[in-house]
Design a protein around this ligand. Structure first.
Ligand SMILES: Nc1ncnc2c1ncn2[C@@H]1O[C@H](COP(=O)(O)OP(=O)(O)OP(=O)(O)O)[C@@H](O)[C@H]1O
Ligand SMILES: [Mg+2]
Length: 266
C-alpha cells in the first residue's frame, strides 16, 4: 500500500499570488472540480499547484505526460516477478485511491487514447475502470484532477478534444507583472531590486519579439536562472547570455538582437 504521506508537501512553497487564483482554486477544490492550468512555460503553474496542495493539505502526485505514454502508464499494469504476476497501480490510480491531487503536466503531449482514461474520473462518476484487472476504482472523496496546458504550442492535430477540455474549469497563467516578477526574482535568487528590475526589463524586450522570430518569450524561470548565476558572482552579461539568450534561440541574428538588449541594461 502506498502511503499518502510521501506525497505530502511538508514545507510551504513560495508562491506569490498574481490575482485571485488561490481563492478560485480553493472553491474549485471544494467542489472537486477538475482544473486546467493554462499558460506558457516557466510562468508558475507547477509552483502554484505545489502551493495549493500544501495549503489544502493534500498529497500531490505529478505525472509528466509525453507522447509515448500509454493508458497503462497512468492506470497501472501487471508485472512479472518471482511469485508470478502482480498488479501495480499507476500514478493516476494511486491518486484516486489515496485522495491526492493528481497533476498531469503537459497533458496535450499524451495521445488521445491515453487522455480519455481520465474522462470517467472527471464527471459525476468519479470512477476509474482498471480493465485489465477487472476492477472499478471509486475515487476517494478528496481526489482532484488538475492538468496543465500550454496554449499555442500545439497544432490542430495535437490539441485536447473538446470532450476533454470541457471537463475542466480553467485558470489562465502568464508571466507576472513587473512588480510581482521582480519580487519573485528577489525572493528566489537573493539579487537586489536593481538587478531584478533589469532582468524583468530584458524579459519584456524579448517578450515583444514573440511571433517576430521568437516562438516564446523569456520565462520567469529563466529570469530566476539568470538571478541565480548573478548571485553566485557571475558577471551579469555572461549570466544573461547563458540563461536568457542561448536557451531561447539558435538563430544568430536573433541571438545578436537579444545580446544587444542585454547590453543596454548590463
Ligand atoms: N507567482 C510565482 N510565485 C513564486 N515563484 C514563481 C511565480 N511565478 C514563477 N515563479 C518562479 O518561476 C519558476 C518556474 O515556474 P514553474 O516551474 O511553476 O513554471 P511552469 O508554469 O510549471 O512551467 P512549465 O509549463 O514549463 O512546467 C519557479 O521555480 C519559480 O521560481
Ligand atoms: Mg511545470
Amino acid at each position: 500500500m502506498t502511503s499518502a504521506d510521501q506525497y505530502l508537501i511538508k514545507e510551504q512553497p513560495y508562491y506569490r499570488p498574481v490575482g485571485n487564483e488561490i481563492e478560485l482554486f480553493e472553491a474549485a477544490y471544494a467542489a472537486r472540480m477538475p482544473v486546467m492550468l493554462k499558460g506558457p512555460t516557466g510562468c508558475g503553474k507547477t509552483r502554484f499547484i505545489e502551493f495549493m496542495a500544501w495549503k489544502l493539505k493534500r498529497p500531490l502526485i505529478t505525472v509528466a505526460c509525453n507522447e509515448d505514454m500509454t493508458a497503462s502508464d497512468l492506470v497501472g499494469r501487471f508485472l512479472l516477478d518471482v511469485t508470478g504476476t502482480r498488479w501495480q497501480d499507476g500514478p493516476l490510480t494511486t491518486a484516486a485511491r489515496i485522495g491526492a491531487i493528481c497533476y498531469l503536466d503537459e497533458v496535450v503531449e499524451a495521445r488521445q487514447d491515453t487522455t480519455v482514461v481520465i474522462h470517467p474520473l472527471t464527471d459525476h462518476r468519479r470512477t476509474l475502470p482498471l480493465d485489465k484487472k477487472g476492477e472499478l476504482v471509486h475515487a476517494h472523496p478528496d481526489f482532484q484532477l488538475v492538468i496543465s496546458y500550454n496554449p499555442g504550442y500545439q497544432n490542430l492535430l495535437k490539441d485536447l478534444k473538446q470532450s476533454t477540455k470541457q471537463r475542466f474549469g480553467a485558470l489562465d497563467f502568464n508571466y507576472p507583472n513587473t512588480e510581482v516578477e521582480t519580487e519573485v526574482i528577489i525572493h528566489e535568487t537573493g539579487v537586489d531590486a536593481k538587478v531584478a528590475e533589469k532582468l524583468v526589463q530584458i524579459a519584456h524586450r524579448a517578450r515583444n519579439l514573440k511571433g517576430h522570430g521568437l516562438d516564446e518569450g523569456i520565462s520567469t524561470r529563466l529570469l530566476v536562472y539568470a538571478g541565480q548565476l548573478i548571485a553566485k558572482g557571475v558577471e551579469p552579461r555572461a549570466a544573461c547570455q547563458m540563461t536568457l539568450v542561448r536557451p531561447l534561440t539558435d538563430d544568430p541574428d536573433m541571438r545578436d538582437t537579444l545580446d544587444a538588449a542585454v547590453a543596454t541594461f548590463f
